[in-house]
Design a protein around this ligand. Structure first.
Ligand code: NIG
Ligand code: FE
Length: 392
């Protein structure tokens, strides 16, 4: 007896490319029990999909969806010609959001972030990574992570959290002292189960490769998964170190990545997470080396990077579209970038494709083909979403 059978669907399992490869799917205990189950298999609930397309749930594997306030003023400066780095050096950037986040309670953070997360869910996102990084004190960082966990409890969506205390150095603080504090908070964050992974922003306006080593040594010993923001504005050799020495799950941004970095990623199986929304919003012109990723077999994922400073974009479909237009990804690469490869970027082996034993996270779409999602921009919503087999 199955809990649920979806029939009369165009099922694209993504097990082997994105073509349609089934017409029905069965769920038991929140997992996919069968692809194309027998026509007479008994089920508690049968859904006639009326020919709708059924795709794996999307995974937004890099977000800063929890924050307070906005940075519209910086956007105006940017439109008037200032660069992201100039704005950050002038006291804007990440630290501007920190003030708003420190004032907010967990409940306020949840309330402000909820509409952003709901917008992502409406586009078929069933797994969402959320980073801290705007508290920049142990207590405030933990509040951000708590807010992220609450969102995961309140919404029909799987939330995975990442501690990004090393996002930048708070105003008036010594970098080394602050980094020590970030590292010292790790055991408590682990004990309270607040974060699944640890991340760092390696950049001229944030931390360097040695800082990353110190953080990762401590985080790895405590069993955290590792990820890094690298090569967004410059190449500080962080990608080759993160991949080569730590085998991180993913390196993210990668506009300034070089072949030596790509080789290290290929050797360690590190996923390249591309963030075309940030590229677009800060009007970056240097593109990530997509051809090198392909040539060396580095898996590519796409994410919104939704945040108040460089990517105020609450649409995974929009950034997937940008990945094709700006970075030259094929529609298939964009789709695998928010499913199979995004799962890998988060260290999940139970989602991203539809196959027996995997989580029953999927969505029904009223569109002619998967590629349509990379063609029309705007106005597309998943018709029904299922999380662990339960309709959202
Ligand atoms: O992923 N690169 C660093 N962190 C964010 C930007 C954060 C901000 O400006 O608020 C990013 O683009
Ligand atoms: Fe980011």
């Amino acid at each position: 007896m199955y809990d649920l059978v979806i029939r009369n669907a165009r099922v694209h399992s993504f097990r082997d490319g994105i073509a349609q490869d089934a017409a029905a799917l069965a769920v038991r205990d929140g997992r996919i029990a069968a692809i194309d189950p027998p026509a007479d298999a008994p089920a508690r609930r049968v859904v006639d999909a009326a020919g709708r397309m059924l795709l794996p749930g999307f995974i937004d594997c890099h977000t800063h969806a929890v924050f307070a306030g906005n940075r519209m003023n910086e956007h105006a400066m940017k439109l008037a010609g200032a660069s992201y780095e100039e704005i950050a050096r002038a006291g804007g950037g990440i630290v501007a959001t920190v003030e708003a986040v420190r004032k907010a309670t967990v409940e306020e953070l949840v309330a402000e972030s909820l509409p952003r997360v709901q917008a992502l869910a409406a586009e078929g996102v069933t797994t969402l990574e959320i980073k801290s990084g705007y508290g920049l004190s142990a207590e405030s960082e933990m509040n951000m992570l708590r807010a992220a966990r609450v969102l995961g409890e309140r919404l029909p969506l799987s939330v995975t959290t990442t501690y990004l205390g090393a996002h930048t150095v708070p105003k008036g603080r010594d970098k080394n002292e602050y980094l020590r504090e970030v590292i010292d908070a790790l055991p408590r964050i682990r004990e309270e189960g607040l974060a699944d992974a640890v991340d760092i922003f390696v950049e001229r306006i944030a931390f360097d490769a040695d800082d990353m080593r110190a953080l990762f040594d401590a985080a790895k010993a405590l069993g955290f998964r590792l990820k890094a923001h690298t090569d967004q504005l410059s190449n500080m050799q962080a990608t080759r170190i993160a991949a080569g020495e730590y085998g991180v799950l993913s390196c993210d941004h990668l506009e300034y990545t070089q072949e030596a970095d790509v080789r290290a990623m290929a050797a360690s199986g590190t996923v390249a997470v591309l963030l075309p929304g940030a590229f677009y919003f800060i009007r970056e012109t240097k593109k990530p080396p997509v051809d090198l990723f392909r040539e060396h077999g580095v898996p590519i994922a796409i994410a919104t990077d939704i945040n108040p400073g460089t990517s105020p974009i609450a649409s995974l479909l929009a950034v997937m579209h940008m990945s094709c237009i700006f970075f030259g990804l094929t529609p298939e690469e964009a789709l695998l970038g928010v499913t199979r490869n995004a799962a890998r970027a988060l260290g999940f082996d139970d989602r991203g494709v539809l196959a027996p034993g995997m989580r029953a996270d999927f969505a029904l779409w009223d569109v002619p083909a998967p590629e349509f999602l990379l063609y029309q921009l705007g106005g597309l919503r998943a018709e029904k979403t299922f999380i662990e087999g339960i309709e959202a």
